[in-house]
Design a protein around this ligand. Structure first.
Ligand SMILES: *[C@@H]1O[C@H](CO)[C@@H](O)[C@H](O)[C@H]1NC(C)=O
Ligand SMILES: *[C@@H]1O[C@H](CO)[C@@H](O)[C@H](O)[C@H]1NC(C)=O
Ligand SMILES: *[C@@H]1O[C@H](CO)[C@@H](O)[C@H](O)[C@H]1NC(C)=O
Ligand SMILES: *[C@@H]1O[C@H](CO)[C@@H](O)[C@H](O)[C@H]1NC(C)=O
Ligand SMILES: *[C@@H]1O[C@H](CO)[C@@H](O)[C@H](O)[C@H]1NC(C)=O
Ligand SMILES: *[C@@H]1O[C@H](CO)[C@@H](O)[C@H](O)[C@H]1NC(C)=O
Ligand SMILES: *[C@@H]1O[C@H](CO)[C@@H](O)[C@H](O)[C@H]1NC(C)=O
Ligand SMILES: *[C@@H]1O[C@H](CO)[C@@H](O)[C@H](O)[C@H]1NC(C)=O
Ligand SMILES: *[C@@H]1O[C@H](CO)[C@@H](O)[C@H](O)[C@H]1NC(C)=O
Length: 369
């Protein structure tokens, strides 16, 4: 008798929770505690660009957020073990609470993510922000749902094992956006990427304090990215661009005679005029590429590097804007004035920010014209 009452109580309890579930698409709060299920989270780009009000733009998605947790006994995997057990208790025909859009780990003292951290719960977006002690992600942490992941973002972690992190990223076959800032990744491996749908890769941002301390970029790192549109690399320790670092495999498919633009933003004070190996900027096949430099120590643009770059596609552009404070009207940049001055309107000339269109190079330079 007692058992029956208890069972009935449980059934009624779960029936109520079932109604809750259908209405909100979220499991009840006690299941996820101290994390929570949300139908919207702040749009990460707002946070990155220091928008004073990141909550203003939100992503309307079914998400799980674990925020402001500084409890050393907090066990992230236990939260998901509870959720998956809860899922197996409720009817299998009800709302699907196994598949979520985003997971957001923010302002915690979590140190590591173990193998299969989310049990059998899946996410399309994985976002880790302000977890300053997060140093380890097991190589199989996300294996269960690796084909679901479309977005992977980190900001302010202690991740330094580039070999493991990039091997995890490589498994995300449907990855579309990658955004990693202020971690401790020191290199990008050879052939790091092999993703059909990946369009945006951000390691750091211009006009901000977001960077990734990358010292070297491997050979053919971005070779197998036929749809790459945006690549940002901002690193205070990057000093060398090897011959094959930016090589692309695919010729781009022309759209009414115009190929889709690839924007390549590079920043860092150890990037100098001599940092670029011969042909390192001429392996874009026929892509229309827009290279912008920020806060570099470039003093001149070497004709042997940048002239072939400009000739690799008739639309390709360079931007050596005023953040490159050391740039001078050096004789070694005179070729730009001679060959690429078209018009007094600066945007018609293909080297934006070049301060020497009117400079009298003839006075001091030997000209091989
Ligand atoms: C981070 O979490 C701690 C502990 O919950 C809280 O005191 C602090 O205000 C949080 N920081 C931010 C920036 O939200
Ligand atoms: C820390 O987590 C443990 C285990 O989840 C819990 O029992 C304890 O109440 C939590 N402490 C605080 C201060 O939240
Ligand atoms: C998910 O995990 C729970 C508990 O670990 C288990 O009971 C359930 O059968 C699993 N569901 C699936 C679809 O694998
Ligand atoms: C679970 O799903 C199976 C197959 O769709 C069905 O036969 C079964 O009745 C369902 N169970 C419940 C409790 O709804
Ligand atoms: C939940 O959705 C996933 C794919 O979106 C599907 O594979 C799984 O069978 C669904 N589970 C239930 C209980 O409907
Ligand atoms: C980051 O990891 C290094 C070891 O790789 C360790 O010395 C340091 O204390 C860690 N920092 C934090 C904030 O956990
Ligand atoms: C890229 O090039 C490879 C090898 O030539 C080819 O198999 C693949 O279909 C191309 N992909 C695209 C999107 O053009
Ligand atoms: C980059 O240069 C701009 C303009 O000179 C400056 O405001 C900014 O602080 C610099 N950023 C870094 C990371 O040095
Ligand atoms: C030419 O070089 C001399 C000595 O290096 C320098 O003082 C002068 O300003 C230069 N003139 C121009 C037009 O660059």
């Amino acid at each position: 008798m007692f058992d029956k009452v208890a069972n009935l109580f449980i059934i009624i309890f779960f029936f109520n929770e079932f109604i809750h579930l259908v209405n909100s698409q979220c499991p009840p709060d006690f299941v996820l505690k101290p994390c929570s299920c949300k139908s919207s989270i702040p749009f990460h780009t707002n946070i990155l660009f220091n928008n004073p009000n990141p909550e203003a733009n939100i992503i309307q998605r079914k998400s799980i957020a674990c925020e402001h947790i500084h409890n050393s006994s907090f066990d992230l995997q236990l939260v998901f073990l509870t959720l998956s057990s809860f899922n197996s208790l409720i009817s299998n025909k009800t709302a699907n609470v196994s598949d979520f859009d985003s997971f957001y780990l923010y302002n915690t003292t979590v140190k590591e993510l173990p193998e299969n951290v989310f049990i059998n719960i899946t996410f399309k977006s994985l976002m880790f922000q302000d977890n300053f002690q997060l140093a380890t992600i097991d190589k199989n942490a996300f294996s269960y749902f690796k084909n679901h992941v479309e977005l992977f973002e980190t900001l302010n972690t202690n991740l330094s094992d580039a070999e493991t992190i990039f091997s995890i990223i490589k498994e995300f076959q449907n990855l579309a956006r990658l955004s990693m800032h202020n971690d401790r990744l020191k290199f990008i491996p050879n052939y790091a990427f092999n993703h059909k749908h990946l369009t945006n890769i951000f390691f750091g941002l211009e006009y901000s304090d977001k960077y990734q301390p990358i010292e070297s970029i491997g050979n053919y790192a971005f070779y197998n990215l036929p749809n790459l549109q945006f690549l940002r690399i901002f690193s205070p320790t990057l000093s060398r661009i090897n011959k094959y670092a930016f090589a692309l495999r695919n010729r781009s498919i022309l759209n009414n005679g115009v190929s889709n633009m690839l924007e390549l933003y590079l920043g860092g004070e150890m990037i100098e005029s001599t940092s670029f190996e011969l042909t390192s900027l001429s392996r874009f096949r026929n892509r229309f590429v827009f290279i912008r430099f920020y806060n570099t120590s470039i003093t001149y643009l070497d004709e042997d590097i940048f002239q072939p770059f400009l000739e690799s596609n008739p639309s390709s552009l360079l931007d050596i804007n005023p953040t490159n404070t050391l740039f001078k009207c050096d004789c070694r940049s005179a070729w730009i004035q001679y060959d690429y001055f078209k018009n007094v309107y600066p945007m018609d000339n293909r080297v934006y920010g070049y301060p020497c269109w009117d400079y009298d190079f003839a006075k001091n330079c030997t000209i091989n014209k």
